[in-house]
Design a protein. Structure first.
Length: 87
């Protein structure tokens, strides 16, 4: 299931084109639940891209620099040691 929250979001659709309307203070939050597939691969020459997909075809891609990947790795190690999720 993909949840998408848009804030202060307004666009104009005209002749097949979408363009921003109003100020540039828009923000969005995307959440993907019930992930079925996860992949990681190189993205460019400086980042790692993670691709998360559910069984409905929804997909979220996240590109991280190596230092952020290492932070995630450390968080996972701590979770494995402390969380019942990994029991």
């Amino acid at each position: 299931m993909l949840s998408l929250e848009l804030s202060e979001f307004m666009v104009e659709y005209e002749e097949g084109a979408i363009k921003n309307v109003g100020p540039t203070n828009k923000s969005a939050t995307a959440k993907l639940f019930d992930v079925e597939r996860v992949r990681a691969r190189e993205f460019g020459d400086k980042r790692v891209k993670f691709v998360f997909e559910d069984d409905e075809g929804n997909e979220v891609q996240v590109a991280l620099f190596p230092e952020h990947v290492r932070e995630v790795q450390e968080d996972l190690r701590e979770l494995e040691d402390d969380s019942p999720v990994f029991e």
